[in-house]
Design a protein around this ligand. Sequence first.
Ligand SMILES: [Zn+2]
Length: 246
Amino acid sequence: MSEKTPYEEMGFRCGLEIHQQLACGKLFCSCAQDESNGAASSFFRFLSVSKGETGEEDLAASFEKAKSKRFEYVAPVSSSCLVECDEEPPHNVNDDAVKGALQAALLFGMRPFDCIQFMRKIVVDGSNTSGFQRTALVARGGKVEAELGRVGISTLCLEEDSCRIESREHHGDVYNLSRLGIPLLEVSTEPDITSPRQARECAEQVGLLLRSISSVKRGLGLSGRTLMFLWKAEAEWRLRVRRTCT
Ligand SMILES: [Zn+2]
């Protein structure tokens, strides 16, 4: 009988949330994806809170408002317009981004919804000028096959990326609008993963499938950073096992 790993002994379970940018412009306007430092203007905002449909204020938003933080936004001419500044309503959704999300859904064996509806997810750290992130649930119920076992994919969302942080101060943060509105796929797995090695395999498999979509941005994205973290976790686990054995 094989010896149990420390993770099996502790009953380790985890799921992953992986983000991947799409390289097809912005999600709700025609600005370019350009994160270089060019000519830019700037403005500032304070967070305010309004009641939702239930007539209640969001507690996290109220807590953040009490800090009275002043958020400054740098708006590059080449990669932002009135949509990113929240001075103009969003334009029609980027068709290529929706197509990329549907391709991803099919690659994961998911069931896309007949109707895709964008919702507002409250953002309280100032990383979006509007105070919310536009997110659409595209599909549910998929899977990836890893060597150490199948991992279910619970949801696939298409959403807009947030502002890039430039500096974080006690009384105010500075953000750059160049990244705001870039289409982002959010892949969430079921908590089927029972070891760091399986988590790494799952993340690699998700990354591999996503890279077969034409509009996926190449290079080290958020999934790459997830992988580095998982490699570190696996290395620490090996070290721990070796120390236990000696
Ligand atoms: Zn724009």
